[in-house]
Design a binder for this molecule. Structure first.
Ligand SMILES: C[S@@+](CC[C@H](N)C(=O)[O-])C[C@H]1O[C@@H](n2cnc3c(N)ncnc32)[C@H](O)[C@@H]1O
Ligand SMILES: Nc1nc2[nH]cc(C(=O)O)c2c(=O)[nH]1
Ligand code: SF4
Ligand SMILES: [Mg+2]
Length: 221
């Protein structure tokens, strides 16, 4: 059983898969505590807000409600809702608090590609075919540390930035873990002009890439 906050179909708005039609499965629960997190409604797993899978929102509004679901029940929901995208993005919350192998295996068996969005602070339990986006969370309130194994497994790094300090922390993490990733994206925090300029200037200097959260600019989920 997975704890589900929401399931919706849209286009991937971030990093290398930007533009890919995708079904998003957002899992409930995250203890990492990023001050600027844009999905704080997923942090707590409060039994008061437990509902049935059919009642989980299809991204109409951010909601604290969550439901239990098996991989089979999720696949049925995709069919009931008439989704046609073949790429499934598993996000949260922090999806790697769960063993994602059964979910990804079930999706692959039905012809879907999978991608996981994670903070890198939990062991990443996914099949080798799954595309892993690590957005490493350094010095956040919850006190979690980025695992070297997560940095090694990452297919891409996506780092939200607003200040020089965030760039320095990322480079220190590459040093500490001995991982120099091939694909590094900087993502301006909350579309702020200053953060966007910092991301662009740093990408030019270091030959990294820019990830703007496209869905927020065009007003889709
Ligand atoms: C909400 S998180 C969920 C998955 C996982 N917990 C993680 O942090 O990667 C999804 C992505 O959104 C990014 N993100 C969250 N809040 C943001 C914000 N205000 N501005 C830019 N990116 C943000 C995260 O860093 C992560 O890459
Ligand atoms: N369109 C769209 N793309 C996204 N990429 C990562 C997202 C996330 O919240 O993890 C996200 C999201 O919420 N919507
Ligand atoms: S790790 Fe992800 S979900 Fe958790 S607080 Fe940070 S951005 Fe939000
Ligand atoms: Mg998001």
């Amino acid at each position: 059983m997975y704890k589900i906050n929401e399931v919706f179909e849209t286009i991937q708005g971030e990093a290398s898969h930007t533009g890919v039609p995708s079904i998003f499965v957002r899992l409930q629960g995250c203890p990492v505590g990023c001050a600027w997190c844009d999905t704080k409604q997923t942090w707590e797993v409060d039994p008061v807000y437990l509902v049935s899978l059919e009642q989980t929102v299809e991204k109409k509004a951010d909601s604290d409600y969550w439901a239990n679901a098996t991989p089979e029940q999720l696949l049925t929901l995709f069919e009931e809702r008439g989704y046609t995208a073949k790429h499934v993005v598993i996000t949260g919350g922090e999806p790697c608090m769960y063993d994602l192998n059964p979910l990804c295996d079930a999706l692959h068996a039905r012809g879907y590609h999978t991608q996981v969005e994670t903070s890198g602070t939990f062991e990443i339990l996914v099949p080798k075919e799954t595309w892993v986006t690590v957005s490493p969370k350094i010095n956040m309130r919850g006190g979690y540390k980025v695992l070297t194994s997560a940095m090694q497994r990452a297919d891409e790094i996506k780092h939200p930035v607003a200040m020089e300090k965030h760039v320095e922390e990322l480079e220190a993490l590459f040093e500490q873990t001995g991982v120099q990733p091939k694909l590094v994206y900087l993502q301006p925090i909350s579309q702020k002009a200053k953060a966007t300029k910092l991301a662009i200037d740093t990408c030019k200097q270091k030959n990294w890439r820019l990830s703007v959260q496209v869905h927020k600019y065009i007003g889709i989920s």
